[in-house]
Design a protein around this ligand. Structure first.
Ligand code: 5AD
Ligand code: SF4
Length: 436
């Protein structure tokens, strides 16, 4: 039996793709091992969202440059799609390069390698298919990902995704609901709907559902207690999504709505297709919801042309929205993207300064706001036990991490839902005790 190792970089879409790739390989008779040293086939499922992410795969491959030990190396994912055959020049010991839109080709490509081909590629983007497989091997026994839409049709000036994952393709609502029902039967209670832009989901079958209708229906699948979704684009984020969340208690109290910048000028340069006032309106829908919606976002600092005044508008937006969490990045120039050609690049030093200021600003917001949770009882889905601290880890519907103690018991409570009283708070997590 042939052995394989896979390492995954990047977003949840990639993590879930790897679960499908693993299932496909096992279905083909391969056996998964824990280290590249033990494997005959080594897969890297890569990310190219920023230059640093892209470099990781080449660092990994460099290690094996001299001593290949009869191994076969495969590069999957976004770097594979972006760099294509150039990967064979940069890392001559690689023999398979395949982008996410061509993963149904993987079994076939592996056969080609076995029958003597030295180098094989799967790089087509004009595929109608989404990558569905009956063999998905999910890493977590309680929370499952379902891809509802692949690719992205937006043209954000900084972003590689339209080039690496191709145009949008939605799955049918019938197949998504059938998968959710099967997952519930298999004991999963939380589902995370995935897509580069879930809000532009459009059921290709005559049902013709939009994202809000799909979300509501998934939240009504018997046995599914929590539904999350990621990631959203503000342009396509409709009031009906908030109406669904407001009326369906299985839809989690959390929306991740990346804004990228608080300045309409920068948003225009980024080709984000919304103004800051339109974004504010979406935030208002969330604040108007009867349930307390945690709001999180992504920010890019140092996009070409971003002035100090633009940056201050981003800080002002953080203050106004009071985000529950923020992921922030220095702008990174990416191949093929429109922003590559823009003048007025910001220096690395200035980007680092803005990032540090931004993160400190947001940290203080989180410290201030998380204090309000102390004394409250929150329902947590238990994610596991932290041996180092002797505490259990759970997540609230708002996606807040709670580290908590539980009266002595050896029982594994992972996957259960427990009431936890919050006793302390920090910027990134809460501390509590399980309620008897
Ligand atoms: N440089 C920096 N950050 C980026 N992101 C996407 N492209 C880039 C880039 N070229 C960030 C955005 C996006 C998140 C997933 O990564 O904030 O929402
Ligand atoms: Fe990285 Fe984007 Fe590809 Fe996800 S879709 S792996 S974030 S480049």
């Amino acid at each position: 039996m042939k052995t394989f190792y896979i390492e995954t970089f990047g977003c949840q879409m990639n993590a879930h793709d790897s679960e499908k790739v693993v299932g496909t390989l096992i279905g083909q008779g391969y056996q998964q091992v824990e280290t590249p040293d033990d494997a005959e086939l080594v897969f890297y499922n890569t990310c190219s969202i920023r230059d640093k992410a892209e470099q990781k795969v080449f660092n990994r491959l460099d290690r094996f440059k001299r001593e290949q030990q009869g191994k076969t190396f495969a590069v999957l994912g976004c770097v594979a799609q972006q760099e294509g055959e150039k990967i064979f020049e940069k890392a001559p010991h690689v023999s398979l390069v395949c982008g996410s839109a061509s993963y149904n080709q993987l079994p076939n490509l592996l056969v080609q390698l076995e029958t003597g081909n030295k180098r094989v590629t799967g790089l087509s983007l004009d595929t109608e298919d989404t990558f569905e497989t009956p063999y998905t091997r999910r890493d977590n026994p309680h929370r499952a990902y379902i891809t509802i839409i692949e690719g992205c049709d937006k043209k954000c000036a900084y972003c590689v995704v339209p080039f690496t994952r191709g145009p949008e393709r939605s799955s049918t609502s019938a197949s998504i609901l059938a998968e959710a029902a099967q997952l519930a039967k298999d004991g999963y209670s939380e589902i995370q709907l995935l897509g580069q832009n879930v809000n532009s989901y459009r059921d290709p079958s005559p049902t013709g559902w939009d994202f809000a209708q799909l979300l509501d229906a998934v939240g009504k699948v018997p046995g599914i207690r929590r539904v999350r979704f990621t990631t959203s684009h503000p342009r396509d984020f409709t009031k009906s999504i908030m109406d669904a969340i407001g009326s369906n208690p299985h839809l989690c109290n959390h929306v991740h709505l990346p804004v990228q910048s608080g300045s309409s000028d920068v948003l225009r340069a980024m080709q984000r297709s919304y103004s800051i006032d339109e974004y504010r309106q979406r935030i208002q829908w969330m604040k108007d919801c009867a349930r307390p919606i945690a709001i999180t976002t992504d920010i890019i600092v140092g996009f070409p042309g971003e002035t100090e005044a633009d940056f201050e508008q981003t800080l002002a937006l953080l203050e106004e929205v009071q985000y529950d969490n923020m992921f922030s990045f220095k702008y990174s120039r990416r191949p093929n993207t429109p922003a590559l050609a823009l003048d007025d690049q910001i220096t690395e030093e200035e980007k680092s300064r803005r990032l540090a200021v931004l993160q400190e600003f947001q940290r203080n917001i989180q410290i201030r706001n998380n204090v309000a949770y102390v004394g409250r009882v929150e329902e947590c889905m238990v994610e596991g036990f932290n041996k180092a601290t002797g505490q259990w880890m759970g997540r609230t519907s708002q996606h807040k991490m709670v580290n908590f103690l539980r009266p002595a018991s050896d029982a594994d409570i992972t996957g259960q839902y427990l009431e936890v009283r919050v006793t302390r708070s920090g910027p990134n997590s809460l501390v509590g005790e399980a309620v008897q």
